[in-house]
Design a binder for this molecule. Structure first.
Ligand SMILES: Cc1cc2nc3c(=O)[nH]c(=O)nc-3n(C[C@H](O)[C@H](O)[C@H](O)COP(=O)(O)O)c2cc1C
Length: 271
C-alpha cells in the first residue's frame, strides 16, 4: 500500500500562469503552474528559490497572476519559462499594460489578471511559498484557461517531434532548435530559447532526437532546467522505480522530472 505511483501524482491538475513583477525600474515575468486559491481571499504561489523571480518578489511583495488561455503558443513558454530575468529583459518584445499596482498585465493569450500582495512567506527548502491577498482582479477574455495537462497534450512539442536524424549540425537540448553547419560558433545563442552554445549537442548522422549531453561519468548529477530539481545517480529515483546507482544516461526514455513532469531532454549536467 506504500508504493508511490507517479501516474497518480500527475492526476493533480494545475493551471498555467505568467507571473509578472516590477520594482519600478525593472520588470520581469515567469511561467508558473503552482498558483492556488487557499481561502476566500488568499492565494498561495510557490516559486523555486533558484529563480530570479523568487528574490524579486521577496523584495517587492507584489506580483500579478496573468491567467493563460488555451491559445497561448509554445513560444510564450520559451520566452518566459526558459530564460531568466537575471540576464535578459523578458518583456522587451511584449505589449503590456500596467495594473493599479504598477505591474505589467499581459493583454494577449490571457483571460484574466489577479494582482497579489504577499502577506506571509513559507520556506519550503527548494521553493518559497508566498501567501497573498488580492488587491485587484479583472477578466480580459472569455477563452478557456489553459491547464497543465492541456499544455502537455497540445502545446509542448513532443520529445523528438522534430526529425533531426536527417540533419547535420547541432541541436539545442533546451528547445530542440537545430543549427545546420559543421561548426557551431562558440558565441552562438539559440534564436528560440536564447540558451548559449554550451547547451547544444552535435547531431550524429541518424542520431536519436535531442538528448542532453552526458558527461561520461556515471556519477554526474543532472539538473532540470525548468524546475531546478536534481537527479543524483547515487540516489536514483526509487519512488518511480529507478534504483540507486542508475546513471542519468541509463534512465528510461519515458522517465520524467519527478517535480515538474518535464522529459529528460530538459536536464543538463550539474556544475
Ligand atoms: C510549464 C512550466 C511550468 C513552470 N512552473 C513553475 C512553477 O510552478 N514554479 C517555479 O518556480 N518555476 C516554474 N517554471 C519555471 C520558470 O518559469 C523558469 O525557471 C523561469 O525561467 C524563471 O525565470 P526567472 O529566473 O526570470 O525568475 C515553469 C516553467 C514552465 C515551462
Amino acid at each position: 500500500m506504500e508504493k508511490i505511483d507517479k501516474i497518480a501524482l500527475t492526476k493533480i491538475s494545475y493551471g498555467l500562469y505568467v507571473i509578472t513583477m516590477s520594482d519600478g525600474e525593472k520588470d520581469n515575468a515567469m511561467i508558473c503552474n503552482t498558483v492556488m486559491q487557499v481561502s476566500n481571499n488568499l492565494y498561495a504561489v510557490s516559486i523555486n528559490k533558484a529563480n530570479f523571480s523568487h528574490d524579486f518578489i521577496r523584495k517587492t511583495g507584489k506580483m500579478n497572476i496573468n491567467v493563460l488561455s488555451e491559445d497561448a503558443p509554445f513560444s510564450l513558454f520559451q520566452d518566459f519559462g526558459f530564460r531568466s530575468g537575471r540576464d535578459t529583459d523578458k518583456l522587451a518584445d511584449t505589449n503590456f499594460l500596467r495594473s493599479a499596482n504598477g505591474l505589467p498585465v499581459l493583454t494577449r493569450y490571457c483571460n484574466a489578471f489577479i494582482s497579489l500582495q504577499a502577506e506571509d512567506y513559507i520556506d519550503m527548502e527548494s521553493h518559497g511559498m508566498f501567501i497573498c491577498h488580492v488587491t485587484e482582479a479583472m477578466e480580459l477574455g472569455t477563452g478557456a484557461s489553459m491547464t497543465y495537462s492541456y499544455y502537455h497534450a497540445n502545446v509542448k512539442p513532443k520529445p523528438g517531434a522534430q526529425n533531426t536524424s536527417a540533419k547535420k549540425g547541432y541541436v539545442c537540448t533546451i528547445c530542440g532548435y537545430v543549427y545546420e553547419g559543421d561548426e557551431l560558433p562558440a558565441d552562438f545563442i539559440c534564436p528560440l530559447c536564447k540558451h548559449p552554445a554550451s547547451d547544444f549537442v552535435k547531431l550524429e548522422p541518424s542520431a536519436a532526437p535531442a538528448a542532453p549531453a552526458t558527461s561520461g561519468s556515471p556519477t554526474q548529477k543532472y539538473v532540470c532546467d525548468i524546475c531546478k530539481a536534481e537527479y543524483d545517480p547515487a540516489k536514483g529515483d526509487p519512488e518511480h522505480g529507478i534504483p540507486a546507482g542508475t546513471p542519468f544516461d541509463q534512465l528510461p526514455e519515458d522517465w520524467v522530472c519527478p517535480i515538474c513532469g518535464q522529459g529528460k531532454e530538459y536536464f543538463k549536467p550539474a556544475n
